[in-house]
Design a protein around this ligand. Structure first.
Ligand code: FES
Length: 304
């Protein structure tokens, strides 16, 4: 699906490989999609796999007549930046190939060696294989496809064992696959530079397990743009408490793993219960996921 700026609007913001956008669908559902086109293209490209057992977003995109309609988007945001490394190993599960594809194009353009291990349910339904084969024709590039019906699951221990010593590992796919990649990396290549992005609805326990809710008393949240304040009651999310005053705030998973509701913290000490922020980002306390996060101080001031 291709998206262009509405007539008379500013050009779409620039992005880098690994970035994603939030798309507000006509029903009001908000879903995240990786940008999988070329950062130099003035239009955005996203790829949406129809998930018959999904949460409804992909079915709506496939079944609605969206061509020519105006959609609201938020972003792009990038929590999956292609960090510098002498070589790369990419591991993709299913539609998790989408953020990796622009990374692979960029790595190829820079003349750096890469391996892609790409698993899918069936070889004939795996996306972007024609372009990937063309990219893999470049010197130093190596593409291996695995289909569940012919090859079984990704042979992660062997993939990790064969990764070049100086490689950075980037993985994207469902939570179960990422947990398996992490376990294999810890066992076979401890110390390997490893970045991942989750592509599934279930919350990930891969990096930052959510903390349990601890507030047993109300606390105050100030919305800095107007100075309004709201009280957040025990058991209530900040998102629910501020929504009557800021109905335009976007949210999607409401479980702390998609990043759509990330909000800047201007004052106060948040409690982080998301599975997105790294330990360093948590310690900085400059942003939080307001769908699950709480407050460890008397009040919070948020950039809302
Ligand atoms: S809505 Fe997904 S992290 Fe808050």
């Amino acid at each position: 699906m291709r998206l262009r700026g509405a007539a008379g609007e500013q050009p779409l913001p620039a992005w880098s490989p690994g970035a994603h956008i939030d798309v507000v669908l006509p029903s009001g559902l908000v879903r995240q999609y990786s940008l999988c086109g070329d950062p130099g293209d003035p239009e955005y490209t996203i790829a949406v796999l129809r998930e018959p057992n999904g949460r409804g977003g992909s079915a709506e995109i496939h079944d609605s007549a969206l061509v020519g309609r105006q959609l609201r988007i938020q972003g792009p945001r990038n929590r999956f930046e292609l960090e510098p490394a002498p070589s790369y190993v990419f591991v993709a599960g299913g539609i998790g190939i989408t953020p990796l594809l622009p990374m692979i194009r960029e790595t190829t353009a820079r003349g750096l060696p890469w391996q892609l291990h790409y698993g899918g349910r069936r070889r004939d339904t795996m996306a972007f294989t024609t372009e990937l084969h063309a990219l893999a024709a470049h010197p130093g590039a190596e593409l291996t496809l695995y289909s569940d019906d012919l090859d079984g699951p990704l042979p992660l221990p062997a993939i990790l064992d064969s990764a070049p010593r100086d490689a950075a590992l980037f993985a994207c796919g469902p939570a179960g696959m990422l947990a398996a990649v992490r376990t294999a990396a810890e066992q076979h290549r401890p110390g390997l530079q490893f970045r991942f992005e989750q592509f599934s609805a279930e919350p990930s326990e891969v990096e930052n397990p959510a903390e349990p809710a601890t507030e047993d008393a109300p606390y105050e949240v100030e919305l800095s743009r107007t100075g309004e304040t709201v009280m957040v009651q025990p058991g209530q999310s900040i998102l629910d408490a501020v929504r009557p005053l800021r109905p335009e705030i976007l949210s999607s998973c409401e479980e702390g793993f998609c990043g759509t509701c990330e909000t800047k913290v201007l004052e106060g000490v948040p409690v982080h219960r998301d599975t997105i922020l790294s330990a360093k980002e948590r310690a900085r306390n400059t942003s939080m996921m307001i769908c699950v996060g709480g407050c460890a101080s008397a009040r919070l001031v948020l950039d809302l």
